[in-house]
Unconditional design. Structure first.
Length: 88
């Protein structure tokens, strides 16, 4: 008897997120990570899925180009909210 395991869901499948949100574009990098860019290709940051107390939360990391580093933003419970954190 063969046993199959369920594949992990991509962020957009687990919680639907618009592929574009305002002036931002969301591109999946791997199952638990999405890159957020402006329409001109400039990287704004990344959103990744994290486990918090047995539940799933989302973390946004804003890219600061002048300093060539990322700033981690607080965890939120919705992927849409994480992308919105990068919009402002």
């Amino acid at each position: 008897m063969q046993t199959t395991t369920e594949p992990q869901l991509r962020i957009r499948t687990a919680h639907p997120v618009a592929r574009s949100r305002g002036d931002l574009r969301v591109l999946d990098v791997r199952d638990d990570l999405s890159r957020v860019t402006r329409s001109n290709g400039e990287i704004v940051g990344y959103v990744d899925r994290v486990d918090v107390s047995g539940d799933t939360a989302y973390r946004a990391r804003r890219y600061i180009a002048a300093e060539r580093r990322f700033v981690e933003l607080p965890n939120v419970w919705s992927v849409d909210d994480a992308v919105d954190c990068l919009r402002w």
